[in-house]
Write a protein that binds this ligand. Structure first.
Ligand code: PAF
Length: 283
């Protein structure tokens, strides 16, 4: 496995790969890699002849600078894991390599980027689109793999790909969970052992709410989730939105759509750490 740090070096490696007629799979990450990322890379390795993983902690998508400062950085361990799962190349550029000057481009994809994370983290999806578009230009992948944990991010990236005409297939991949049910996330390493146990209640309640939803209204189900999670000491719901899985707009009743997803953001513990998850009710 190769490690390259400049766009020029990346391009020359990938030109050679393309000349051999190989398909390129791409897994963009911000590092602090875990089994969730490993599953994306394993899928790319199975479906493409060459897999590129980027490790870049993108400053423009952090609206909270403390969150950026605290984000775990583990490049050496990341490379070991990526080699184990069969990645061919890790691209780990510096901030000045990706942003030689301020990126003033503005991306806006209503309605999918205005709600939920878009509303609570102003500028976040703009930063995601800035870096993902730069990475797609540099890598020019045939397929790109994204975890469904960031359910809304996939919708925004699909809108951007359509808008900018990138010839890449976006492949959404299922959430990978710890044994407790907690969705794997780089931010989990910032939780204490006790907080991890507390955080496991998020998915437990979401799962229980599927049964609850079978004989309750959408509004009652929403309240059930918020009240149940808020009743756990150490957890505080920021929002719980039950939305159409394609438009990400709120739905009022279970009959409003064939694809219904509940998306949640919860603050956990003393720091506190912001965790997101979701559950599919229909579709
Ligand atoms: O999902 C992430 O880790 C990031 O948002 C991404 C797609 C790598 C862009 O920085």
């Amino acid at each position: 496995m190769k490690l390259v740090q400049t766009i020029d070096a990346l391009r020359s490696e990938l030109d050679a790969v393309r000349k051999e007629g190989k398909k390129i799979g791409f897994v963009p990450t911000m590092g602090a890699l875990h089994q969730g990322h490993a599953s994306l890379v394993a899928r790319s390795v199975a479906e493409n002849e060459f897999t590129v993983v980027s490790v870049f902690l993108n400053p423009t998508q952090f609206n909270d600078k403390t969150d950026l400062q605290n984000y775990p950085r583990t490049l050496d361990a990341d490379c070991v894991l990526m080699e184990q799962v069969g990645a061919d190349l890790v691209f780990a550029p510096s901030v000045s390599e990706m942003y030689p000057e301020e990126d003033k481009r503005v991306f806006h994809y209503p309605p999918v980027d205005t709600v939920m994370e878009g509303a609570f983290r102003p500028g976040h999806f703009n930063g995601v689109c800035q870096i993902v578009s730069k990475l797609f230009e540099a890598v020019q992948p045939d397929r790109a793999y994204f975890g469904e944990k960031d359910f809304q991010q996939i919708a925004v990236i699909k809108a951007m790909v359509k808008d900018l005409g990138f010839a890449v297939e976006i492949v959404p991949c299922p959430v990978i969970r710890e044994e407790s049910g907690l969705a794997m996330s780089s931010r989990n390493t910032l939780l204490s052992e006790e907080e991890r146990k507390t955080a496991a209640h998020i998915y437990k309640v979401l799962s229980q709410s599927k049964q609850f939803a079978a004989n309750h209204s959408l509004k009652d189900t929403q309240k059930y989730v918020v009240d149940s999670i808020n009743s756990v000491v150490g957890l505080e719901v920021q929002y719980y939105a039950i939305v159409d899985g394609d438009t990400l707009q709120n739905v009022e009743s279970w009959s409003d759509s064939d694809f219904i997803v509940g998306c949640i953001t919860v603050y956990c513990g003393a720091a506190p750490i912001r965790l997101i998850d979701h559950i599919k009710y229909k579709g």
